[in-house]
Design a protein around this ligand. Structure first.
Ligand SMILES: Cc1cc2nc3c(=O)[nH]c(=O)nc-3n(C[C@H](O)[C@H](O)[C@H](O)COP(=O)(O)OP(=O)(O)OC[C@H]3O[C@@H](n4cnc5c(N)ncnc54)[C@H](O)[C@@H]3O)c2cc1C
Length: 472
């Protein structure tokens, strides 16, 4: 074997998977076809749950210290969400390019240097390994391969993996621009004719000039992806929506994005796992694609680590699909609902507009605001783990002795909170993989921060065995 795990693609999903694998103590090679890191800004919103996951690896503080990333509250279908409802912590406008730079540097400091100019062109797997072939003639043999190679995943194609869903039927423009005349970003604004513009902050350039993500859609604006975008096209949209109040000063980068909505039918193909956009593609509405890919990485990393170290229970690797496929499906569902409620295509269809009006009324109700805020924060993800209460949910950041639970997860080990030493004899049988702590309230937390047992004594042993195998 050249390495335990080969991660193909050094985007957010690949970088986070590589990080989780190094935390788990297995060898990893990270390969990407690009000669250097992508400069494309793309994602700009990082959800509460993702920030929480970074905190559980001790990386949140240094990440936030690496730039000036405004606090955000996001939107659902263009309806702004109230910041007070975003919990357990606010989310941030944090450009993908900055996030990737931070994690690539962090990995390099751990000795994992992304291998650039490595375009995977072929792969083969047998009962014990996967062999990947790259365009530069290199081959890499690994125990497992994680395909984090994006929406047009070569690995997915080579596997012949089913990728059902809808192909893109319409486009809008997404552009990074400098604007004059706006005091602050406005989320979504509609004109009478159905043209809409969304504006989000993307920080400032080296000269201190604010950069804004502009998304422009509406009737007659769905143009094939390969038609070049002109400044006049954007100026005309700004004029329709804002009259002459907002001026385009500079167009830095633009692309047309489609409303394709597809998801791999299976995330696991033998020793190969699909993660991130390789597994699910959808419109970037409400900042979810990158966040979902990072969630995939956190779920998969420790499980592959367990398999490499030899303590993974028989179906632990299958639980990656069982837990993450429903999450991806839920994201596709809410994105498609958002697309409808905001009339993303600018149809002005009276039925759509009636639905939109009712939705906007409902979205002002405090309970609906709270629900949508939880949805957009990534906090309602509940994995199908038997049990009540917190089981299946992200563990809250409880005070534990003089520390807090999330800080205790940094080494990437599971934690059994056992305040009265009631479970000392049982818990210590798993001391090779689970750290028992005499504090907090009774709870078993997996290395990815999800609760897999809480409270019922007779269910602890099955939970330990289910997630961490036989005692060693
Ligand atoms: C305009 C726009 C705005 C967005 N806004 C948000 C947002 O606010 N929040 C959010 O969460 N998401 C957002 N997204 C979505 C987000 O950008 C993607 O979901 C995210 O980039 C997916 O990460 P990934 O690591 O799965 O794939 P990618 O970022 O696509 O990375 C894939 C990597 O694989 C490499 N690769 C590809 N093929 C090969 C090969 N054959 N061999 C080797 N390497 C290969 C590529 O070079 C690339 O580096 C937005 C997207 C767009 C377009």
């Amino acid at each position: 074997m050249d390495t335990d795990v080969l991660v193909v693609g050094a985007g957010p999903a690949g970088l986070m998977t590589a990080n989780e694998l190094q935390v788990a103590g297995v060898s990893v090679v990270l390969a990407d076809k690009l000669p250097r890191r992508s400069e494309l800004s793309r994602a700009g919103g990082v959800q509460s749950r993702t920030l929480e996951a970074f905190d559980q690896r001790g990386l949140l503080e240094p990440l936030l210290a690496s730039g000036d990333f405004p606090i955000g509250s996001g939107h659902f279908a263009g309806v702004p969400l109230e910041l007070a409802n975003i919990r357990p912590r606010e989310w941030r406008y944090l450009p993908q390019v900055d996030l990737e730079a931070f994690f690539e540097d962090h990995l390099a400091a751990q000795g994992i240097h992304a291998r650039r100019d490595h375009e995977l062109v072929d792969l083969a797997q047998d009962v014990e390994s996967v062999t990947a072939t790259f365009a530069n003639g290199t081959t890499i043999r690994s125990r497992y391969l994680v395909a984090a190679d994006g929406a047009h995943s070569k690995v997915r194609h080579l596997l012949g993996a089913e990728f059902p869903g809808r192909l893109g039927t319409a486009t809008v423009i997404a552009a990074d621009v400098s604007l004059g005349g706006i005091e602050r970003e406005l989320s979504h604004t509609w004109s009478e004719d159905g043209t809409w513009i969304a504006l989000f902050p993307l920080g400032t350039d080296a000269a201190g000039q604010p950069i804004t993500r502009l998304v422009l859609g509406g009737p007659g604006r769905s143009v094939p992806r390969d038609v070049p975008i002109t400044e006049d096209e954007i100026r005309e949209g700004l004029r329709i929506v804002f009259d002459d109040r907002v001026e385009l000063l500079e167009l830095r980068y633009s692309r047309r994005i489609t409303n394709a909505a597809r998801q791999a039918a299976q995330y696991r193909h033998g020793r190969v796992f699909l993660a991130g956009d390789a597994a699910h593609v959808h419109l970037p509405l409400g900042a979810q694609g990158m966040n979902t890919g990072i969630g995939d990485a956190f779920n998969l990393g420790w499980k592959l680590g367990a398999a490499v170290h030899g303590w993974a229970p028989a179906d632990l690797l299958d639980s990656y699909h069982a837990e993450r496929h429903p999450v991806g499906a839920g994201v596709l569902r809410n994105v498609q609902a958002q697309s409808l409620y905001m009339d993303w295509q600018g149809t002005r269809d009276p039925d759509v507009l009636a639905g939109q009006a009712i939705f906007r009324e409902l979205a002002q109700l405090p309970a609906v605001q709270r629900h949508l805020a939880d949805l957009m924060s990534g906090m309602v993800i509940r994995y199908p783990i038997p049990g009540d209460g917190l089981v299946g949910l992200p563990a809250p950041d409880l005070p534990v002795g003089s520390s807090r639970l999330h800080a205790m997860l940094r080494p990437g080990r599971a934690i059994l909170l056992d305040p009265d030493d009631q479970y000392a004899k049982l818990g210590d049988l798993w001391s090779a993989t689970v750290s028992r702590v005499t504090a907090g309230r009774p709870m078993l937390v997996r290395p990815d921060g999800y609760v897999c047992w809480a409270g019922s004594p007779d269910e602890l042993e099955p939970a330990l065995t289910r997630w961490f195998g036989e005692p060693r």
